[in-house]
Design a protein around this ligand. Structure first.
Ligand code: AMP
Length: 174
């Protein structure tokens, strides 16, 4: 088995080369942050997970992954830390019982769901943009019975939102 304690966290100091900007995707005016270069590089991906892990020195029970790219990071964090994984999914994907939370999008709204439970959680996603998805996830976790210790993403698009307590590996100010 790999010994992650021997991992050298000083190798990559700037993760931005592992993210590709895709202008005008999925709609005009949005620059999509594509994390696939990071995922394709096992060493960089492993260090990214380590960098996310050390953002919280708190003893949670579960990482909560947000559908769908949040699952990638949350499942890796689960294995790295030997803690459990819980899923927040889009509507009608989880079997009952489920708690639901509907939140506003730029146009219309969306609903996320989670099964009820107990324990301390950290919520994980790939990107924090306006924060609407993460806010909904936090409310849903509380509604479902969990105690939210923190919110964690790989990329924070800080120029798109006001003050927040989300923690990130990469922060874009413009
Ligand atoms: P928001 O609710 O505005 O914070 O958006 C966060 C969610 O939308 C995350 O689940 C991201 O996967 C996705 N997302 C928003 N903006 C981007 C972006 N520029 N690039 C990649 N994913 C994004």
């Amino acid at each position: 088995m790999a010994d992650f304690s021997k991992f050298d966290s000083s190798v990559i100091t700037d993760f931005t080369p592992y993210v590709t900007d895709i202008p005008n995707f999925p709609i005009p005016g949005v620059t999509f942050k594509d994390i696939q270069p990071l995922l394709a590089d096992p060493k960089a991906f492993r260090q990214a997970i380590f960098e996310m892990f050390v953002k919280f020195e708190t003893n949670m029970n579960y990482w909560v992954g947000i559908d769908s790219r949040g699952f990638i990071f949350a499942s890796a964090l689960s294995q790295y830390s030997n803690k459990g994984l819980k899923l927040i999914r889009k509507k009608d994907k989880l079997p009952p019982p489920v708690e639901s939370k509907t939140y506003d999008l730029e146009y219309g709204n969306d609903t996320v769901q989670m099964q009820p439970g107990k324990g301390k959680v950290i919520i994980v996603d790939d990107v924090y943009a306006t924060g609407g998805t993460m806010d909904a996830a936090e409310e849903l976790c509380k509604q479902a019975g969990y105690e939210v210790l923190g919110k964690l993403v790989f990329i924070d698009l800080a120029f798109l939102h006001g003050p927040t307590n989300v923690r990130s590996v990469i922060k874009y100010d413009s």
